[in-house]
Design a protein around this ligand. Structure first.
Ligand SMILES: [Fe+2]
Length: 407
């Protein structure tokens, strides 16, 4: 499939947009992955414990531990101790889910600054390990995730020489985010949907335009071939001028191109050239192909091929200019032509071009009663009749092309 310039430009724009969307998506996924693999560590002190609250943006995680009830007892060495239930809560105020977390609970210190020894009696919701200085808490599987704005509880029963006031904690874990939380995800997704809609719409319209273009080319071919067949009929009628219409069409197009006309105009003048002598079909053969000199009356009959041609093409409304070529191609620039004696620019431009091409072919072709005229003779005829028979500007184009050997 051959692509034209605008199609190539569209595809380039689509490709650039696609690459940009992919870059946005890749960047978003990368940021998301990074956010999910970075471990956080948060220390919570006694002061932080009272800051719980969804609206408190200063604190991401709230941790507290309170003593529920206590009772006297003795330890294994027979020393008197205090047994107590310590209930804890951890609240996730971070706005993101927390996963794979663990917590360090620092043992309270005595007045000498030493950690107070304690012994576990029982515990729940995870594993607790006391190394003397602190307790490591690994939550049970069902507590592994703390959804945002939710809390989990933990706790144990511990024996110690005194009531314990747990006030220092350290949480570590991972924030778990989901892709739709990132603006880049939506920019890439919505952008891609718009992009896809755009590409599909463009492809449909392009396919339709291609079909129309193909149809148009086919229609033009039919017109062109029909015109050529008619031109063959016309030229077959006049045995002196075989191939004349085709050549006039060719020269007229060359002049039009040299004058800088558009492709459409050049095509039109080509059709006009093919049809310019169609009126000859209505002229009796014995007059048209008469050997020897014509009488005045016979000359007038032949001149009628212009008006007859104009009448024949009157109904050709889809290409109305074609009629002008047939009707006015024997008008002269000085007003002495026929059938209407139009002067100068009154004669339609296309007809003035055909007039020059027609005369040039008459001089440049062999006829059964004479050979083609020599080049210098043709040039001098063209020059001498500029402004009288021919439009002086148009004939200059013809002269230039002929001198350059382009026709
Ligand atoms: Fe003619």
């Amino acid at each position: 499939m051959k692509l034209d310039k605008s199609e190539r430009r569209s595809i380039l724009v689509f490709a650039i947009l696609f690459v940009l969307l992919v870059l946005v998506f890749v960047y978003t996924v990368f940021t998301w992955r990074m956010d999910n693999t970075q471990e956080f560590v948060t220390s919570i002190t006694k002061e932080d414990r009272t800051k719980k609250g969804e609206n408190n943006e200063d604190i991401n995680i709230f941790v507290a531990m309170t003593q529920k009830e206590s009772w006297p007892g003795t330890d294994a060495d027979g020393k008197s101790t205090i047994g107590a239930e310590y209930d804890g809560v951890i609240f996730n105020n971070s706005g993101k889910n927390i996963v794979d977390w663990s917590m360090t609970i620092y043992m309270p210190k005595n007045k000498n600054g030493e950690p107070i020894p304690g012994t576990f009696d029982s515990s729940w919701n995870g594993e607790y390990t006391n190394n003397g200085d602190n307790i490591t808490f690994i939550p049970a599987d069902y507590l592994n995730v703390i959804p945002k704005n939710e809390e989990k509880t933990y706790g144990f029963v511990m024996y110690a020489g005194t009531n314990l006031d747990f006030s220092e904690f350290e949480i570590c874990g991972y924030y778990r985010t989901i892709l739709p939380e990132y603006p880049g995800f939506w920019i890439a997704t919505v952008g891609f949907l718009i992009w896809l809609t755009w590409v599909v719409a463009w492809a449909v319209m392009d396919a339709r335009a291609r079909k129309l273009k193909k149809q148009k080319a086919h229609d033009e071919k039919i017109i062109e071939e029909t015109m050529q067949v008619f031109a063959n009929f016309i030229d077959a009628k006049d045995e002196y001028t075989k191939g004349h219409s085709t050549r006039v069409s060719f020269y007229s197009q060359k002049i039009a191109k040299r004058m800088g006309m558009s492709d459409e105009e050049i095509k039109m003048i080509g059709y006009m050239g093919l049809m310019h002598d169609c009126g000859k079909i209505a002229i009796p053969d014995d007059v048209l192909n008469k050997k020897g000199a014509l009488t005045e009356e016979e000359r007038e009959i032949i001149k009628e091929h212009t008006t007859r041609g104009g009448q024949m093409l009157e109904n050709f409304t889809s290409l109305p200019a074609i009629r002008d070529g047939a009707l006015y191609h024997h008008e002269r620039y000085d007003g002495k032509g026929y059938p209407q004696g139009l002067i100068g620019k009154e004669i339609p431009l296309y007809a003035r071009i055909i007039n020059v091409a027609d005369a040039f072919d008459a001089m440049n072709s062999d006829r059964c009663y004479r050979n083609r005229l020599p080049k210098n003779r043709i040039l001098s005829e063209l020059r001498n009749n500029a402004g009288t028979q021919f439009d002086p500007e148009i004939v200059e184009y013809m002269i230039a092309m002929y001198q350059e050997g382009k026709i």
